[in-house]
Design a protein around this ligand. Structure first.
Ligand code: PMP
Length: 450
């Protein structure tokens, strides 16, 4: 029997330290308790149905309540709840999942290393890239270039690769050897430039940084194809091909963090395919198991794998690498993707459908830009329909987020940028509802702010 909401809230307030939370502020109001979910809808302890416009944390791609994933995990756990993949061992689920996953990877990739989540995946990619250059006889190639306002995770290393000023400020990050360049954020930073000119300018920052550091000291550049937690920053089409060319010409590995953009989010299986580039390493997590069981991974190109194979034992791995329950959830997730043709659905059906409705929000006086590709999008909240932001002390984004939940829709606030990434299984009728709720939210925010 579920305890009463007030009791649960009190237990939570007394004992649970939440991620990314101001615990003093949180405990003044008490946490929202989500008790169940089905399809694209969450139910909270007060009985409200809330459309989950964020797929949990960008991960529940196939929606909630998918019995076949639950069954696959349960039967795996009955047969073998755990065994490690160290010491020359494997198990059926990890072997099958590794094959199924790499079959979906770009053609030049046929290996996957498993981790417990996205942060661990990025930590792994960092170590593998350094080992790669050691094996290539270039041990001085140790530096990493990443971007301001990138998110790569919350461990010391992945937060250092990330470019979140607030995270760096709190614990003396980034660690040495990592530098950050500008982001390809046209709405926020590209005024006066065409998107493509701005994309080339943002890419040139990479060439400039490599030149400043010396190409012979740079191991890799890491970036999300589309920045997610930074505010769904969809780079101009000119950006990624330029970045890939600069990496190639300078002998710098390209690492794509596909933790959000992988698994169909953009209407392509991989975000890099949306932009036509082929990275050396790709890090993955979230939707690989649709969030049902934690999992992460690093997809390693054949060129990199061949060199790593000369290193002897690589002293790296996690207790949860290739966890049987995660692999079973991953396999069941991929079966749903194939049977329901989810990537095509995003590309040809609900993606364009929601995209057109979402673009319609651009005419709202509080919206400076409404952008979306596939099923990932953002609204820029502004005071004047143009590019003038609200004063930060108004907390327009946070208020919009709270109003949105009150109107039955989870949107996330990144400053004054509202972001969405609904489950890939969302129906057209649910897209109508999502946008209607978003519009009511904006109207309510306008009534509060003006
Ligand atoms: N990379 C990206 C692009 C992410 O969005 C996230 C999580 N939001 C991570 C890495 C870190 O993943 P995890 O929280 O599973 O460690």
């Amino acid at each position: 029997m579920l305890k009463p909401a007030a009791t649960l809230r009190a237990m939570d307030a007394a004992h649970h330290w939440h991620p990314f939370s101001d615990m003093t502020a949180l405990n003044r109001t008490g946490a929202r308790i989500i008790v169940s979910a089905k399809g694209v809808f969450l139910t909270d302890a007060d009985g409200n149905d809330i459309l989950d416009g964020m797929s949990g944390l960008w991960n529940v791609a196939v929606g909630y309540g998918r019995e076949e994933i639950v069954d696959a995990v349960a039967s795996q756990m009955r047969a073998l709840p755990y065994y490690n993949t160290f010491f020359q061992c494997t198990h059926p689920s990890v072997a099958q999942y590794a094959e199924a996953l790499t079959a979906l990877a770009p053609a030049h990739i046929s290996k996957v290393f498993f981790a417990g989540g996205g942060s661990e995946a990025n930590d792994t990619a960092f170590r593998l890239a350094r080992i790669f250059w050691d094996q290539r006889g270039k041990p001085q190639k140790k530096r990493f270039i990443a971007r301001h306002n990138a998110y790569h995770g919350s461990t010391v290393l992945s937060a250092s690769l990330g470019g979140m000023a607030a995270m760096h400020g709190q614990s003396g990050l980034p660690i040495e050897g990592i530098s950050h360049i500008r982001q390809p954020y046209h709405f926020g930073e590209g005024e006066g430039f065409s998107p493509d000119d701005f994309g080339r300018l943002a890419a040139k920052a990479l060439a400039d940084e490599i030149a400043r550091l010396g190409a012979d000291t740079v191991a890799a550049f890491i970036a999300e194809p589309i920045q997610g937690a930074g505010g769904v920053i969809i780079p101009p089409d000119s950006y990624w091909p330029e970045v890939a060319r600069i990496c190639r010409e300078n002998n710098v590995l390209l690492i794509a963090d596909e933790v959000i953009t992988g698994f169909g989010r953009t209407g392509h299986f991989w975000g890099v395919e949306r932009f036509g580039v082929a990275p050396d390493i790709m890090t993955i997590a979230k939707a690989m198991t649709s969030g049902y069981v934690p999992c992460g991974g690093v997809l390693i190109s054949d060129r990199v794998a061949k060199t790593l194979a000369t290193a002897g034992e690589i002293f790296h791995g996690y207790t949860t690498s290739g966890h049987p329950a995660a692999c079973a959830a991953g396999l069941a997730t991929l079966e749903i993707f194939a049977r329901e043709r989810l990537v095509d659905r995003v590309a040809d059906d609900v993606g364009p459908y929601l995209g057109a409705l979402w673009a319609g929000l651009g005419d709202h006086p509080l919206v400076g830009e409404a952008r979306m590709t596939g099923l990932i999008g953002a609204l820029e909240l502004v005071a004047d329909g143009g590019r003038t932001r609200f004063p930060s002390e108004l907390n327009a984004g946070t208020r919009c987020r709270d109003l949105s939940v009150a109107h039955g829709l989870v949107m996330r606030a990144v400053g004054d940028t509202m972001v969405i990434a609904p489950p890939l299984v969302i129906s057209r009728a649910e897209c109508d509802l999502l946008v209607a709720r978003a519009r009511h939210t904006l109207d309510a925010l306008a009534a509060e702010l003006t």
